[in-house]
Design a protein around this ligand. Structure first.
Ligand code: ATP
Ligand code: MG
Length: 709
C-alpha cells in the first residue's frame, strides 16, 4: 500500500497544492527541474489511493515513450502493491491516437490492421501520386503536408496561413486520398484522424468522456495545434484536466508546437488555477545561474523565479578547444578521471556531432550509447524486412509492395509493375488480388510472371503461418524466401558490413511479441511510434556515457553534462535568421544546461570539420551572455577571426549552411521521441553518410544503438 502521507510530505507547499487541486482546471507553469513531472506522478497515485478514482479513468500524456515508461514505473513504485497501476493510460499523444484508432478507427473507415507510415513511406506514397516529380522536389511538399497536419489543417481547409499555392492543395488532396484508399495512416494522422473520429462519431466521443475523468499532460508547452484540439475533445464535462509545462522549454516550434497553447490555457478553461513552482531540485546554483543568465535575453517570456537549495558544488567550466577531436579528447579525459560513465551525458545540437565522440570513446574504451543517431529502423535491410511484414498485415499497402516486389530482383520491371497495378480498380486495392489477376490473365512476360507467382506464393504461405506458428518463424521465412538474406549476405561479404546481424536482431526483437496478427501489429506500432527502440528495449537503459541531441534530453537529468559545439552557426544553428529562431535556440540552450545536476561543461572549438573541410568557428553568442564570473574558463577564446576575408571561405560558408540545414532537420530524427519523425530525405541521407563511415567498426546492438565497451 502506498504511503500517501509520506508522499505528500516529500513535496513542497506549491507542489502539494497542485496535487491536492482536483476540481478546477490546473496549469502548473514552472521552470526546469522544479518537479512538474513529479507533481503528475504524485497526482496519479493520490487520485487512485485517496480519491478512489479507478486507474483506468486516468489518462496521462507525456512527450516521449521513454517518459511514458518512466512515468509508469514511478507511479508503480508509488502505488506499490496496487494492482490497478497497469490500468492507467500513460501514453504519448501519438500512441494514444494509435490506441484510440485501433479500437474505433473502423467507425471512420479505418481497418484495425492499419500500419503507420513513417516519413520515408509517406514520401514514397506522395511520389507514387506524382511520378513525374523527383523525390527531391517532393520532399518539401511532404514536409509541408506534415506541417499542415500538425496544425490541424486538412486539404479542404483554408490553407492560406501556410503560404502555399493551389498546386500544393492538389498534391495534399491526392496524397490524402491515396493514403486513405490504402488504409494506412501517417504519423500526424494518429492525431488528425483521432480528432476526425471524435468529431464525427458522438458515440465514440461519449465513450471517451465516460472513460476518462482525469487527464494530465506533461511538457504541454510543446503541444501543437492538432494535439491541442484533440485534448479539447478528450476532456468532457466534469473531467479534471491538468497541464504542466515551461514556456522557456518550448523547443519544437519547427514541428508546429505552439507555446501559445500553454499561455492561453486559462482562457480556454474558465476558472483555471495557475500554480507556479519555484524551487529547482535538480541543479546547483552555479548551473542555474548560467541557465538563467542566458534565457533572460529572450523577450517574449514569462518571468519566473527559480531557486535552488543546492548552493554547493563547483562552478561550470567553459573550455575552449582546438577542434572536434580535441573536444572529444577533453571530454574523455574528464570521464576517465573518475569513470562516472553512466552519470554523464554529452549533448549536441546536431546528430552528426556524435561521430567524433564515438571515434575517440571507442579508441579509449569508454562505454557509451548513442540515443537516436541513425535509427536501426532506418537501415535499409531492416526497412526491407519490415516492408514485407507491413505488406503482410495490410495487403493494400502499395508503398511497401513497390519497395519489395523487385527487391532483390525477380524480373519485375516498371512495365510489369504498371501492368500489375492496372488491376487496382478491379480488386479494391488488394495487392495480392492484383497479382493473381495479372498472373491469370497472362499480361506479364514469362520471367515477370514467375517472379510475381513466387512473390505471391510466399505471402500466401506467410499468411497461413501467421497465427499458426511463431511470429519469428514467419519473419524468418519471409526474409529467407524473399531472397533478402542471400542478398545481404552478399553485401556483407563484399563490404564487411553487419547487415545480416541486423536482420537477426530484428527477428530477435519480434520474439517477445504474441504470435498473431495482433502481436505483429503491436510490434510494428511500437517501432513506428518510437523508432529508437527495437521491440521493448531502450538504448537509454544500457550502461555508458549518453550521447544525445539536446532536443532528446527533454525531461531527463544527469549528474554531469557536457554541452558540445557552442559555436555560431552550429549552436545557435540558424544564425542570421529571425529573432524568433534565435529565441528558440536560446531555449534549447536552457533545456541543455538545466539537465545537469552537479557538473556542467561548456565546450567551444576554434575549428571544426564540416563536410570534410575545416571551418573556422566563432564562439556562440550564448557564451557572451554568460557572465564571466559564473564559469571557470579553460583555454583561450578564439579571436574574432574574420572569415569573410579568408580566401575560399565563402564557399565553405555555403557548405556549412547546407550542412546545417540537413542536420538541423535531422534533430527531429533522433532518439526516443515521437516528434522525432519529422525529417526529410536530406537529413536521412546525411545521417546515412555519417554512419556509413563508421560502419566498418561499429557493432550494432540489437536495440539499434552502437555500444562499445
Ligand atoms: P523538467 O522541466 O526538466 O521536465 P520537472 O519540472 O519535470 O523538470 P522533475 O523531473 O519532476 O522536474 O524533478 C526534477 C528532480 O527534482 C527530480 O529528480 C525529482 O525527483 C526531484 N524533486 C522534485 N520535487 C522534489 C521535492 N519536493 N523534493 C525532493 N526532490 C524533488
Ligand atoms: Mg518534467
Amino acid at each position: 500500500m502506498a504511503d500517501i502521507v509520506s508522499m505528500l510530505e516529500a513535496l513542497n507547499e506549491q507542489q502539494r497544492e497542485a496535487v491536492l487541486e482536483n476540481e478546477r482546471p490546473l496549469l502548473v507553469l514552472a521552470g526546469a527541474g522544479s518537479g512538474k513531472t513529479r507533481v503528475i506522478t504524485t497526482k496519479i497515485a493520490y487520485a487512485v489511493e485517496k480519491l478512489g478514482i479507478p486507474a483506468y479513468k486516468i489518462l496521462a500524456v507525456t512527450f516521449t515513450n521513454k517518459a511514458a515508461s518512466e512515468m509508469k514505473e514511478r507511479v508503480g513504485v508509488m502505488l506499490d502493491g496496487n494492482s490497478q497501476v497497469e490500468d492507467c493510460t500513460i501514453r504519448t499523444f501519438h500512441s494514444f491516437g494509435a490506441w484510440l484508432l485501433r479500437r474505433f478507427g473502423s467507425e471512420i473507415g479505418l481497418a484495425s490492421n492499419f500500419t503507420i507510415y513513417d516519413d520515408d513511406d509517406s514520401l514514397s506514397l506522395l511520389a507514387s501520386c506524382f511520378p513525374n516529380y523527383k523525390k527531391r522536389e517532393l520532399d518539401p511538399v511532404m514536409r509541408k503536408i506534415s506541417y499542415a497536419k500538425d496544425r490541424a489543417l486538412r486539404p479542404s481547409d483554408n490553407l492560406s496561413s501556410l503560404k502555399v499555392d493551389g498546386t500544393f492543395k492538389r498534391m495534399y488532396e491526392a496524397y490524402e486520398k491515396k493514403l486513405r484508399n490504402i488504409g494506412n495512416v501517417d504519423f500526424a494522422d494518429l492525431i488528425g484522424r483521432s480528432i476526425e473520429l471524435l468529431q464525427e462519431k458522438p458515440e465514440v466521443l461519449d465513450w471517451v468522456h465516460r472513460r476518462f475523468s482525469m487527464i494530465l499532460v506533461d511538457e504541454y508547452q510543446d503541444s501543437n495545434a492538432a494535439q491541442f484540439n484533440l485534448l479539447k475533445l478528450l476532456a468532457g464535462q466534469g473531467c479534471f484536466i491538468c497541464v504542466v509545462g515551461d514556456d522557456d522549454q518550448s523547443i519544437y516550434r519547427f514541428r508546429g508546437a505552439e507555446v501559445q497553447n500553454i499561455l492561453s490555457f486559462p482562457e480556454l478553461y474558465a476558472g483555471t488555477r495557475i500554480i507556479k513552482l519555484e524551487q529547482n531540485y535538480r541543479s546547483t546554483k552555479h548551473i542555474l545561474d548560467v541557465a538563467n543568465s542566458v534565457i533572460q535575453h529572450n523577450k517574449g517570456r514569462h518571468a519566473k523565479k527559480l531557486w535552488t537549495a543546492k548552493t554547493k558544488g563547483s562552478k561550470p567550466n567553459l573550455i575552449y578547444i582546438q577542434d572536434e577531436q580535441d573536444e572529444a579528447l577533453r571530454v574523455s579525459n574528464i570521464l576517465l578521471s573518475d569513470k562516472k560513465f553512466n552519470e554523464s551525458a554529452v549533448l549536441y545540437r546536431t546528430n552528426a556531432q556524435s561521430v567524433a565522440f564515438e571515434t575517440v570513446f571507442k579508441r579509449l574504451s569508454i562505454p557509451y550509447k548513442v540515443v537516436g543517431a541513425l535509427q536501426f529502423y532506418d537501415r535499409e535491410e531492416v526497412k526491407d524486412s519490415l516492408a514485407l511484414l507491413f505488406l503482410l498485415t495490410n495487403e493494400k499497402d502499395e508503398v511497401n509492395f513497390k519497395r519489395m516486389i523487385n527487391k532483390p530482383a525477380r524480373g519485375i520491371g516498371p512495365g510489369a509493375l504498371d501492368s500489375i497495378l492496372s488491376f487496382a480498380s478491379q480488386t479494391d486495392g488488394s495487392i495480392f488480388a492484383m497479382l493473381r489477376l495479372a498472373i491469370a490473365q497472362n499480361v506479364l512476360s514469362a520471367k515477370a510472371k514467375s517472379g510475381a507467382s513466387q512473390f505471391l506464393r510466399m505471402f500466401e504461405h506467410a499468411q497461413a503461418m501467421l497465427g499458426e506458428g511463431e511470429l519469428v518463424d514467419c519473419a524468418n521465412f519471409l526474409i529467407r524466401e524473399s531472397g533478402l538474406l542471400d542478398y545481404y549476405q552478399e553485401v556483407d561479404s563484399q563490404n564487411s558490413t553487419g547487415k545480416v546481424g541486423n536482420l537477426e536482431a530484428l527477428v530477435n526483437a519480434l520474439s517477445s511479441y504474441d504470435s498473431s496478427l495482433e502481436g505483429l501489429l503491436l510490434f510494428l506500432e511500437q517501432l513506428s511510434l518510437d523508432p529508437t527502440t527495437l521491440g521493448r528495449e531502450d538504448p537509454r537503459d544500457k550502461e555508458g556515457v549518453t550521447l544525445i541531441t539536446m532536443h532528446n534530453t527533454k525531461g531527463l537529468e544527469f549528474d554531469r553534462v557536457f554541452v558540445a559545439g557552442l559555436e555560431e552557426e552550429l549552436f545557435p544553428g540558424r544564425a542570421n535568421e529571425s529573432d524568433d529562431d534565435i529565441e528558440e535556440e536560446r531555449r534549447i540552450f536552457y533545456v541543455a544546461v538545466t539537465r545537469a545536476r552537479n557538473e556542467l561543461y561548456l565546450l567551444c572549438a576554434r575549428a571544426r570539420k564540416i563536410w570534410g573541410r575545416t571551418s573556422f568557428q566563432h564562439p556562440s553568442r550564448f557564451l557572451d551572455e554568460v557572465d564571466s564570473s559564473l564559469v571557470n574558463v579553460q583555454g583561450i577564446r578564439p579571436g574574432s577571426f574574420d572569415t569573410s576575408s579568408y580566401q575560399g571561405l565563402s564557399s565553405l560558408g555555403e557548405k556549412r549552411r547546407e550542412h546545417q540545414q540537413s542536420s538541423t532537420s535531422s534533430w527531429g530524427s533522433s532518439g526516443g521521441s515521437l516528434i522525432q519523425k519529422g525529417f526529410g530525405s536530406n537529413a536521412k541521407t546525411f545521417a546515412m553518410k555519417t554512419v556509413h563511415s563508421e560502419g566498418e567498426t561499429g557493432v550494432l546492438f540489437p536495440v539499434g544503438q552502437r555500444v562499445y565497451s
